[in-house]
Design a protein around this ligand. Structure first.
Ligand code: GLC
Ligand code: CA
Length: 566
């Protein structure tokens, strides 16, 4: 039987948006400490905190200027130690977000490197001379727009940055860089943290020589990921890193962010167990398609919905290829993507669709990774709730969408959905001016959403929150932790799968649409022993199962006699 590898249920906390305690409108460590009982009550086993290190906050902490200091925005080292101990007191593990691919341009290594080619830190980063005509060394475009190359202020070389120009990429070929990162991880593990989320680690290696992407048009910049994502030397860097820290901390948990990984690559990143990541998050889970079949608008001016057929194929692949020998992650959203109910659910059936999505995803094989607030059905932050400066930055997109004839309300919604601000709204605790998040206006905006607060949902047994607790409780049972998995043939909008062990079979059926649907499966010929979980209405008669819109049901058959024989 599988060992305890797959026993984590991770709750992602975006510290800036979770709970403010000093009235500056930004969440802090003290706020997380105050909410640990709540987090524990959900049934999760670990918390993952987005970066809390000292940072100029150009990219909300992913631009680290000192890995050994807590940013004063969040608190200090003593408060962090208290957080770690308080989490452990409740049996919760603590996972830090480790930014390995780049630092802030304010980091002392980079400040030194800028002093010139002879500086000992020069080789911590990636430099190249301009092309003969003085232009950037190649035609790669950065994830945040523009070239990946930026000219150094007082010299004539360019440095490489895959993200913002204030986030220069580290040179992982340099053994000193690799050592620094191991030292830093060890420092925090010695402080008691239990694991690391490896930010953007698949980008740590770049194609030697930095060749131009040959298919680009002259003068065009292209996101040439084949030259800076998932290259073979990543495996060496990752394994050496994992090996070095696990010598001292054998149980250190590693959650890799592998945005563009396909299942086969995910296997490289997670096998053999204990030698690389425990699990990786790929952004390839969600094939989308335009919401309306026939539309003359360009793709970026159309709202998208999940392509359920392709999604089934993708889930089945991850479950089959990764789930059988390693550990997939199970998630619907994170701080870079839109919120589950807005992107994949149905706001007209907000509660039912939120619950159905939870059942569908988290009872599969793998490690659930929840984003704070999805357990109360939080939706994308509303345009009008954003700070004026953020609204201004999104206005261009709104205008473009309006130009395509999209009504203003819809255009605002879409502009938010297409931006990372969507999921970073303040946590909704109570029905108060700032939802109990802060006494001041939240940095990220906060929705005015009375029914979708923790306090409103905690007292309702049929709330999204109560459903999440039941799903996670069920998730921890043998059949959903360790059982085999098979996705079943079903109508396009029904997602149904079996989980089974020697002792038990469970059938999970989710009606992913705003209509009632009747389905039948071989298993239903026999009366189930129990209904383990439901949302919405269902009826089982003569082997036929009818489900109300966005309903889900989990049925169980016990195999006691058979279990004894074996
Ligand atoms: C990862 C993070 C994202 C960040 C980027 C750069 O993709 O999830 O939020 O901007 O890395 O560190
Ligand atoms: Ca604060």
């Amino acid at each position: 039987m599988a060992q305890a590898w797959n026993s984590e249920i991770i709750y992602q906390i975006y510290p800036k948006s979770f709970q403010d305690t000093n009235g500056d409108g930004v969440g802090d460590l003290r706020g997380i400490i105050q909410r640990l009982d709540y987090i524990h009550s959900l049934g999760v086993t670990a918390i993952w905190l987005n970066p809390i290190f000292q940072s100029p906050q150009v990219d909300n902490g992913y631009d680290v200027s000192d890995y050994y200091t807590i940013d004063p925005l969040f608190g200090d080292m003593k408060t962090m130690e208290e957080l770690i101990h308080s989490a452990h007191d409740r049996g919760l593990k603590v996972i830090f977000d480790m930014v390995l691919n780049h630092t802030s341009s304010r980091h002392k290594w980079f400040q030194e490197a800028l002093k010139g080619r002879d500086n000992p830190y020069r080789d911590y980063y990636l430099w190249k001379d301009p092309k003969p005509d003085g232009s950037p060394p190649n035609n790669w475009s950065s994830f945040f727009g523009g070239s990946v190359w930026e000219k150094e202020p007082n010299g004539d070389q360019y440095y490489l940055h895959l993200f913002d120009k204030e986030m220069p990429d580290l040179n992982w070929e340099n053994p000193k860089v690799r050592e620094e990162m191991v030292d830093m991880a060890r420092f925090w593990l010695s402080k008691g943290i239990d694991g690391l989320r490896l930010d953007a680690f698949i980008h740590m290696a770049k194609e030697p020589g930095y060749p131009d992407a040959p298919y680009a048009k002259p003068g065009e910049l292209v996101q040439a990921e084949e030259y800076f994502a998932n290259l073979p030397s990543i495996d060496t860097y990752l394994r050496d890193f994992a090996h070095s820290i696990r010598q001292e901390f054998p149980n250190a948990y590693l959650l890799g962010e592998a945005a563009s990984a396909i299942p086969e690559r995910a296997l490289d990143y997670t096998l053999p167990r204990g030698e690389a990541c425990d699990s990786v998050v790929s952004f390839r889970y969600f094939p989308m398609k335009p919401a309306k079949k026939e539309s003359v608008l360009p793709r970026e001016a159309q709202s998208e919905v999940l392509n359920k057929r392709e999604f089934k194929k993708t889930m089945a692949e991850w479950q089959r290829i990764v789930g059988s020998v390693s550990e997939p992650t199970l998630y619907w959203n994170n701080h870079d993507l839109g919120r589950a109910v807005s992107r994949f659910g149905d706001e007209a059936y907000r509660e039912a669709s939120s619950k159905m999505l939870a059942t569908l995803m988290y009872l599969q094989k793998g490690t659930p990774v929840l984003l704070y607030g999805e357990e109360i059905g939080m939706r994308n932050v509303e345009f009008d709730a954003l700070r004026p400066a953020v609204q201004v930055s999104l206005q261009k997109r709104v205008d473009e969408l309006r130009h395509w004839g999209i009504p203003e309300k819809e255009a605002k919604k879409m502009a938010v959905a297409q931006n990372v601000v969507a999921s970073r709204g303040a946590m909704q605790w109570e029905e108060e001016t700032y939802a109990g998040f802060s006494t001041d206006r939240p940095w990220s905006g906060v929705n005015n959403d009375a029914a979708h607060t923790v306090s409103a949902q905690a007292i309702r047994p049929d709330s999204v929150l109560s459903h999440y607790k039941k799903v996670l409780e069920l998730k921890k049972t043998d059949v959903f932790m360790n059982g085999a998995y098979r996705l079943l043939v079903a109508p396009e909008s029904v997602f149904a799968y079996l989980r089974w062990t020697d002792a038990q079979t469970a059938l999970v059926v989710c009606n992913y649409q705003p209509n009632e649907e009747t389905v039948t499966f071989e298993e239903l010929a026999e009366e189930p022993n129990a209904v383990l979980l439901t949302n919405g209405e269902h009826q089982l008669r003569d082997g036929k199962l009818t489900l109300s819109p966005y309903a889900s049901v989990v049925l169980e058959w016990k195999k006691e006699s058979k279990g004894k024989e074996e």
